[in-house]
Design a protein around this ligand. Structure first.
Ligand SMILES: [Zn+2]
Ligand SMILES: [Zn+2]
Length: 384
């Protein structure tokens, strides 16, 4: 990887992209899929050279990284805005942002301090206005949400467009397993009973399980297992935003980041693969159960071998915001390609209590009517 050669001459830089017409800063527009001037409205189309997107060998890269010294990732702390010259603190792992003083979009070269740089991305397709609409719909569709929630979310949530770092992993897996297949069968049994003093024979069917040993092998190729490489958004949110149209990945170009926040990875390459392995193990356990077959399965031994492991380092666009409700922070994330939205949310205790109470009353009413058929008949007539 070419990035390794640059590290000796590394120096931290930041820049903006000026408009060809007026010189103001350009930002990426999701609607136009081009750079747009925030000042004069001029659209500057992107000419990004098409470079094939490679999958890198995981083992080779990890061996290579081992040889390199670890960098101090906290290195650049203060940066200077190229537009207004104000100095401000950069949050760790933030590659691009907006100046807190003049709102200029700023892109840094933070990646040269990192062992690996992103090579592809999906650009923003959904803009902030659409993201807010999606969020409004989502809040409106929440069951048992407090009534005041819609008002709170309107006032309080600040939407941020951010490119999150992700790893994608491929692996050719071979799984050896041993276990037991259980098939249910029924055994007849007879017993003698006395009803009203008369002897009767009753036949029972008793379920039994016949176990048979099974062993075998499963080969399965995993393609693009997606693992969030950020620590600022909870994993359960970052990893649940599928579907992503990864077939439309384009070569990384920093101009796509203009006007958005973007993060470098903070989950290491090997650490991310452990999460991917957990996911694959879950899928493979289900595959082994299907292969064993029968009505019941027991797995006594299972060994997974990973081969031809490869990875990509990509950036994916999301809209994120949080809102406060009763002194608690709730965060949600929107996939800025498909509009899928996942979030934390408050529950209304009163609404849940009323629903439970209604359920219990309904149940009591049914019991009561069952025992008092006259009332049930009267009600039926009355309600007609
Ligand atoms: Zn302009
Ligand atoms: Zn500034």
């Amino acid at each position: 990887m070419a990035e390794f050669d640059k590290i000796d001459k590394r120096s931290f830089k930041q820049k903006t992209f000026p408009c060809k017409k007026c010189g103001a800063s350009l930002v990426f527009s999701a609607k136009k899929s081009a750079l747009k001037c925030e000042y004069c409205g001029a659209v500057n189309y992107l000419k990004v050279p098409k470079i094939p997107i490679y999958e890198h060998s995981l083992d080779d890269t990890l061996r290579e990284l081992e040889k390199r010294p670890r960098f101090d990732l906290k290195a650049p702390k203060e940066i200077k805005c190229p537009i207004c010259s104000a100095s401000f603190k950069l949050t760790p792992h933030i590659r691009s942002t907006r100046c807190p003083y003049c709102d200029a979009p700023i892109i840094t070269n933070l990646d040269i301090f990192m062992p690996l740089s992103p090579e592809s991305l999906l650009s923003f397709k959904i803009n902030q206005k659409e993201a807010k609409e999606l969020f409004k719909k989502w809040v409106g569709s929440l069951w048992f949400a407090p009534n005041k929630l819609e008002k709170y979310t309107k006032e309080d949530s600040k939407f941020e467009g951010i490119y999150l770092p992700y790893w994608t992993y491929d692996s050719m897996t071979t799984t050896h397993f041993q276990g037991y297949r259980g098939d249910t069968y029924y055994e007849r049994s007879r017993r003698r009973v006395y009803i009203d003093g008369r002897e009767r024979i009753i036949e029972d069917l008793e379920p039994k399980i016949r176990w048979q040993p099974v062993s075998g092998e499963i080969k399965k190729h995993f393609d693009d297992v997606l693992i969030g490489a950020t620590k600022t958004i909870p994993r359960k949110l970052a990893d649940s935003l599928e579907p992503w149209d990864l077939e439309n990945l384009i070569s990384y170009d920093e101009r796509y980041l203009s006007g958005f926040e973007s993060e470098t990875y903070s989950v290491a390459l090997d650490e991310g693969f452990e999460y991917a392995k957990n996911y694959m193990e879950f899928e493979l356990t289900n595959a082994v159960r299907r292969k064993i077959g029968g009505d019941h399965q027991k797995i006594s031994y299972m060994q997974i071998y990973h081969d031809q492991k490869s990875f990509k380092y990509i950036l994916l666009p999301v809209w994120t915001a949080h809102f406060r409700y009763k002194q608690k922070e709730y965060r949600f994330v929107i996939n800025a390609r498909s509009g899928v939205i996942k979030g934390e949310r408050p529950y209304s205790k009163i609404k849940i209590f009323i629903a439970l109470l209604a359920g219990v009353l309904f149940f009591i009413a049914i019991l009561y009517l069952n025992e008092n058929p006259n009332i049930a008949i009267f009600l039926e007539k009355f309600l007609r």
